[in-house]
Design a protein around this ligand. Sequence first.
Ligand code: NPW
Ligand code: ATP
Length: 505
Amino acid sequence: MRFPFGIVHTDMRFGVEGAECSSTLGGSHGFLQSAILELTDSKTYHWGLGIDVEEKKEQFGEHVNYAMRILQGASASRGSYGGRVSTLRFVHWATSAAQLLLSSRGRGKTSPSDIRNSSGPHGFSVDNNSFVTSRAENVVGRQVVSSVPYSTSTTMSNTPVGSDEALLASARAFIPSLTNAMHKGQAGRIGVIGGSEEYTGAPYFSAISALKVGADLAHVFCVKPAATVIKTYSPELIVHPLLDLENAVEAIMEWVPRMHSFVIGPGLGRDPKILETVAILIEKLKELEKPMIIDADGLFLITDRPQLIQSYSKAILTPNSVEFSRLCTVVLGGEVKPAPSASAEKVRELSTALGFVTILHKGATDVASNGRLTVCCAGGGSNRRCGGQGDLLAGALAVLFQWALAYGDRGGAPAPPELLAAYGACRLTRPRTNVTVSSEFFANFSRPCLKHFGTVSILFILGPDMKMGHPLYSDPHRCLDIVTISSRTFLSMEFQNSFHLARTT
Ligand SMILES: NC(=O)C1=CN([C@@H]2O[C@H](COP(=O)(O)OP(=O)(O)OC[C@H]3O[C@@H](n4cnc5c(N)ncnc54)[C@H](OP(=O)(O)O)[C@@H]3O)[C@@H](O)[C@H]2O)[C@@H](O)CC1
Ligand SMILES: Nc1ncnc2c1ncn2[C@@H]1O[C@H](COP(=O)(O)OP(=O)(O)OP(=O)(O)O)[C@@H](O)[C@H]1O
């Protein structure tokens, strides 16, 4: 009997465009890090090998049985999703592999060391009957999280500004400790100006990302048709349907003084009347010296009217390659072709021409410059290029920027607050997308990304100290709580205690 699938050894990473597939079936007998691939109808997945099952049974014994059962489980579970089944099936492979292992093997207790100590850096041990967790998908996510790779980034500048670790250490330094002495709002009230009838996801991503990084309150200022929709995404957001009122500026300005920083542009759209309102708001925010991150359609406005932010030191522009290209054409003249990795020199030039306004060019390597220094962040990103990741970055940056400014330049840091914030936001966002692409694969990518924010934030905060033997690991159950932390529990006392512990040990 021939089955249209093969068993291959792979890396832990889910494949994009047929490159690799996650190891969903680990096991004893040296057959760790294996994956099951089916010959699907998708052109992308053409690894199906038509392997002879009987022959493989001899070679791999019960692993083939596992493979077949996982395949069956995955095929059964795809039904509820409809559409894109072949890609979603991969997700279910991971889940059903874990479920299978649980049902057939899991009896005892698990601990992080069981996972970590299995063969290979991404081991997924089923030895010692040690595989147990409450939810199979957490196992899959968690084992990936426990081994987030972070390759070395480069740091470029006209004057060298130090290493990744120095930048990261300085970025960590401005994260406020959570203590009982703080009151609601003190860790950050972030305003997002954006959201239109068409685009409701983008402002949501920015605002919720700000909360997950550690802000206390997130407000969204949007047009009326978007407001109810955004509210339904999350009760944690405060949503103001004010942007299309006749007296929009006055109405929004009532809220502005209490905000610590703003994200301007996600999902804003390009209605000239709305853009005019936002232009007036930017002028008013400048008068109040509010920090602002300008992204997406906010950059469309700035490309049209660069003088709006000229020489404003508390603005950070976060263009993707196309937005950067448009800005360069207008501000510097001449054509700059969009490229996944910007020329650090061009980013510096643009910043200088705008009066040393900080530019963070997102790409395969993120490049941030204030015209005097340029730092780059290259590691940890994913190869999924779906919408919304830039919105997540902008929300994170709004929080880090105001924390960095509040902490101030105390000397000794390798870069000024705006660049540390930019670097920190990239370091936070890039591994998060990486974790997500490993554990969630395709479909609705940016939203699952949020789920990992808590985890990645902890790794970010703890950095290299996140090792066995760290107090957070002393109690495996506590560790499990932390690494499987969900969006709802992110701000809970449990997490805050961990956070505090992280900052004081
Ligand atoms: N869920 C939501 O609500 C989300 C909403 N969002 C919101 O959508 C709004 C519009 O944002 P946007 O980025 O689509 O804007 P826009 O300036 O029209 O750029 C598209 C153009 O750029 C081009 N292009 C792209 N990359 C390129 C490259 N490397 N090299 C060359 N070309 C490249 C691309 O060309 P094409 O690939 O089509 O040939 C296309 O023409 C904004 O408000 C944003 O916040 C998003 O945040 C996502 C989640
Ligand atoms: N070619 C790439 N390779 C790896 N990572 C990338 C690449 N391009 C962008 N990124 C990362 O993806 C994140 C979002 O950047 P992106 O260019 O997708 O923003 P955007 O187009 O503004 O997003 P949005 O869809 O939210 O508007 C950034 O953290 C950036 O580091």
